[in-house]
Ligand binder design. Structure first.
Ligand code: B12
Length: 473
């Protein structure tokens, strides 16, 4: 049997961050392990291949797969109806399965948006996709796979009862199938870590997060499941040997939720005397970092990490259920910065009911912190989040005309506050200007940033943010 898994999306002119498509890499490895060599899997990452729809269909048609899997976030979901239509036109018996963030966000809606889509898997995909592969070509037997959504032979949309089956023990997962992509293509592109292109592998060592931040999607649920330190170490050693890399980028939901795991992992790195370079552009819950965890992270090789403040307003921390301990956040950033870790901050501006004082509070707190760089994102309500539901109930006018197409940072104008647009957006300008023009910050960035000249490549993004603020809406 042939399967094609497509990572949907394109690199955008002002947002060129690309990450190896770990969703389809995990799925492929699992299918290979469970089903064996009868299965031939082809991964197509549209972001690196940059195929037009016609080129893509030609490649897929040439393979004649029984199943095509599409992996998409909501911002590229506009491509799903056209891709599934064109695939069905040339391969009417092929099942088209959608998974990934968009599927998890909109669930049944995805089948309504794309009349040629057969199946939606709203969450962790390994076990359900394996069950689907085993069910092919008997559509009726899909009714036995719990938690999936599908279209039957009569065009009826069906939501199977029960939860998706998930992997309880992540140590049992095979290593992601990096051999099915050309990893060197990603080494020439900007990864999620704001550093120059380099040889690296990106690692997801845990799934799920018990926190309840209202803007977040919980693709992997609230239960924190994780690789044991030994498993994490063996995966890293495998990559070092196979790809000759010593740099690893972590993209967990919450890498340090279990502090003992971090400490034990660092101990293994020390015992094996590995010289690793670790970055955490996404994976850290900052107020859980104490001195010992900071030491562990740094001794294991951490030299860059993002720290998510989101908002400095205690009221909004509570309302949004992030419940970050702000003094602990600031302390942890300081500890890491003093250890020469390049610290990048994430802030969110524009929560419903957010006031000017609260916006200013976030700007001041970030500016006066030891963060080297920071992004001041606009709050975007994605379907399927608690934030989206809150708006549906309380301020439906704010979401009525939202168009997520290409809604990466900076290119979507959403103002969920009660402030006039002009005032709200002026705070983002203020944030960038105040934060980045602080003289000691520029000095500190240049001192710690591994390749200062590379910073010039961020100028277009930075100028875009500032200019947007300057000219208002
Ligand atoms: C790495 C990352 C990025 C990278 C790369 C994203 C990419 N599309 O390649 C970059 C930096 C580009 C990025 C940017 C953004 N991101 Co982002 N990002 C992530 C992050 C942290 C990790 C993704 C990952 O590798 N996960 C690990 C793999 C194993 O999981 P997975 O891909 O979800 O795959 C599993 C299941 O989803 C499913 N599955 C996946 N694909 C398929 C396909 C089939 C056929 C099946 C059956 C199943 C299936 O099975 C897989 C294994 O269990 C996630 C958070 C998270 N925890 O996932 C957010 C996340 C994906 N990002 C998110 C957002 C909002 C964004 C931005 C829009 C933010 C912004 N405002 O600018 C931008 C723009 C996105 C873009 N251009 O695509 C949201 C997506 C929400 C949505 N509904 O689309 C997430 C979920 C964060 C969150 N918790 O809310 N992001």
């Amino acid at each position: 049997m042939n399967i094609v898994l497509i990572n949907v999306g394109y690199i955008q002119p002002l947002y060129w961050f690309v990450s190896p498509p770990k969703g389809v890499l995990y799925l492929s490895a699992y299918l290979r392990k469970e089903i064996g060599n009868d299965l031939k899997i082809k991964i197509i990452d549209l972001k690196t291949e940059n195929f037009s729809v016609e080129q893509l269909i030609k490649v897929v048609h040439g393979i004649k797969p029984e199943i095509v899997g599409l992996s998409s976030s909501t911002i590229f979901a506009y491509l799903i109806p056209i891709l599934s239509l064109k695939i069905k036109e040339v391969l009417p018996n092929t099942w088209i399965v959608l998974g990934g963030p968009h599927a998890s966000s909109v669930r049944l809606q995805a089948l309504l948006e794309s009349p040629n889509l057969d199946i939606v898997i709203p969450g962790e995909g390994e076990i359900s996709l394996k069950n689907i592969v085993e069910a092919y070509p008997n559509k009726n037997s899909l009714k036995y796979i719990s938690g999936i959504l599908w279209r039957d032979e009569n065009d009826e949309l069906i939501e199977n009862p029960g939860e998706l089956q998930i992997i309880d023990n992540l140590d049992t997962l095979p290593f992601p199938a990096y051999d099915l992509i050309d990893i060197s293509k990603y080494w020439k592109l900007q990864s999620m870590t704001p550093l120059p292109p380099r040889r690296y592998i990106s690692v997801v060592s845990s799934r799920g997060c018990p926190y309840k931040c209202m803007w977040c999607h919980r693709i992997f649920g609230k239960c924190f499941r994780f690789y044991s330190p030994e498993r994490l170490m063996s995966e890293i050693e495998w990559y070092r040997k196979k790809y000759e890399v010593d740099e690893f980028e972590f993209l967990d939901d919450n890498f340090n939720f279990n502090r003992l795991r971090v400490i034990h992992f660092a101990e293994l790195v020390r015992r094996k005397n590995l010289k690793l370079k670790l970055t955490f552009p996404n994976a850290i819950r900052t107020d859980l970092i104490d001195e010992e965890v900071a030491d562990a992270l740094c001794s294991a090789g951490t030299y860059m990490s993002s720290f998510s403040l989101e908002t400095a307003s205690p009221r909004l921390q509570k309302l949004t259920q992030k419940n970050l301990n702000i003094p602990k956040f600031l302390k942890a950033v300081e500890v890491m910065a003093r250890k020469n870790v390049y610290t990048n901050g994430f802030c969110m501006m524009g929560f419903p009911t957010e006031t000017e004082e609260e916006l200013q509070m976030t700007i001041d707190t970030a500016t006066n912190s030891m963060l080297h760089t920071a992004s001041f994102f606009t709050v975007i309500p994605f379907p399927g989040t608690q934030l989206f539901e809150w708006l549906k109930q309380n301020k439906p006018e704010k979401i009525i005309n939202l168009n997520y197409m290409n809604a990466e940072y900076g290119s979507i104008k959403v103002n969920l506050t009660d402030l006039p647009d002009k005032i709200f957006f002026s705070y983002q300008r203020k944030a960038n200007i105040k934060f980045f023009l602080k003289p000691d910050r520029i000095y500190r960035i240049l001192r710690v940033y591994p390749k200062p000249l590379h910073l010039l490549s961020y100028l277009p993004i930075y100028m875009q943010r500032v200019l947007k603020g300057l000219v208002g809406l």
